[in-house]
Design a binder for this molecule. Structure first.
Ligand SMILES: Cc1ncc(COP(=O)(O)O)c(C=O)c1O
Length: 383
């Protein structure tokens, strides 16, 4: 009765359905192996936790943080972008702390669009994108990510007469774990400039990369008309701390700061200090966490292939995206798998129409547990 049209437009989540399937499996005495949620199970580096503990003992961190208080985090973010991607940003005008990339995106859309504007969203894509677009009252045009194109969008196939306000991309990608190279971002930025659209790049998996692979930044294609969202949730296993940053076009950052100023203050100063320290850590510290996810990938992917499932070997992210032969209803399948085996997966359909036929595994358990999960999957009656 009280829900606004805006609230009512936010799509429901199939994760609630998965939750009840897990509940039924538990009630039947099954042990749950939950691979359905992409929340890192690793801990942040000890020095980061020590910095936060120290900050909680400093009374000067207890007050509302003002913009000027965010300078150390903005400067650390700028130094990280320079060191890691060779991208130069002005920490005063081209960087803004976020309470996570998800918060950042929702407010960014409010900052740079008006109701009725058109947003191009990847399909499949991270489900909260649709919610954020609904809150902003946007017209969503799905951009298919197809396996035959390496899960990269075909921008040339977008209707030329479409007045696109913004294009949202995310590489390394959730849920497909596909990656994009620098020339791709240059093409995407060029396409956006020709369309008069803003390029938004959601980049929470920037450091969750395997072997010698390093993910580029969309900002390498220039800052004008480009904004990128970074997060410490995956790269530093700080999901619960809710911290990240936006960087890019100064106009966009200023608009985002205006909207956020009406909604929140900045993250707790102690969390800002911890995040600033994390961003300045030597690269090897982050590589240790990434190596653990790589070992998990190496345990799970061959075991899924042994089942006859089609899955590419991810170069990055914390997911495996598998096509199950003959699968036409991934939601019903994921529910059945959970009930029969206790293994909780994400149905591909939860990420969009193009996700049908696939399931997503979050690599959030040690290798032995992932092998056990694959073994259990072998006992499920086929789709
Ligand atoms: C693509 C993508 N964007 C954003 C987020 C959320 O990031 P944060 O914790 O910084 O809000 C996630 C989390 O899974 C994600 O997969």
């Amino acid at each position: 009765m009280w829900a606004s049209k805006r609230a009512a437009a936010v799509p429901g989540s199939v994760f609630a359905l998965m939750d009840s399937a897990k509940g039924r499996a538990r009630a039947n005495g099954r042990q749950i192996i939950d691979l359905s949620i992409g929340s890192s199970d690793l801990s942040p580096p000890d020095v980061v936790l020590a910095e936060l503990r120290e900050a909680t003992r400093d009374p000067s961190t207890y007050r509302y943080p003002l913009f000027s208080d965010t300078a150390p985090l903005r400067e650390a973010a700028a130094a990280y972008l320079q060191r890691r991607f060779g991208v130069q940003v002005d920490p005063n005008t081209e960087v803004l702390p976020l309470i996570g990339a998800q918060e950042g995106l929702a407010h960014l859309l409010l900052a740079v669009t008006d109701p009725g504007d058109t947003l191009l969203l990847p399909d499949p894509g991270y489900p909260p994108y649709l919610g954020a677009a609904a809150v902003a009252g946007l017209n969503v045009e799905p951009l298919p990510l197809l396996p035959e194109l390496g899960f990269l969008p075909d921008l040339e196939a977008v209707r030329q007469d479409l007045a696109v306000r913004a294009l949202l991309l995310n590489y390394p990608n959730n849920p497909t774990s596909a990656v994009a190279d620098r020339p791709f971002f240059e093409r995407a930025a060029g396409w956006c400039r020709s369309m008069g659209a803003l390029l938004i790049h959601d980049h929470p998996y920037a450091e969750l990369t395997f072997g010698d692979y390093r993910a580029p930044s969309a900002l390498e294609a220039g800052l004008s008309g480009v904004v990128e969202l970074h997060s410490l949730s995956k790269t530093h296993h700080m999901g619960g701390f809710r911290v990240g940053f936006a960087a890019g076009d100064a106009d966009v950052i200023a608009a985002l700061a205006r909207v956020k100023g009406a909604v929140d203050f900045h993250p707790y100063l102690g969390i800002q200090r911890a995040a600033a320290l994390a961003l300045r850590l030597p690269e090897e510290v982050g590589r240790a966490g990434a190596a653990e996810f790589q070992a998990r990938r190496d345990a799970l992917v061959p075991a899924l292939r042994d089942l006859g499932w089609e899955v590419a070997l991810p170069q990055a992210s914390m997911y495996a995206w598998a096509r199950v032969p003959g699968l036409t209803n991934s939601v019903a399948f994921a529910v059945r798998v959970a009930e029969q085996t206790g293994v909780a997966l994400s149905p591909g359909r939860a990420f969009g129409a193009q996700g049908e036929g696939f399931v997503r595994f979050a690599l959030v358990q040690p290798p032995a547990v992932l092998r056990e999960a694959a073994q259990l999957l072998g006992t499920v009656t086929t789709p």
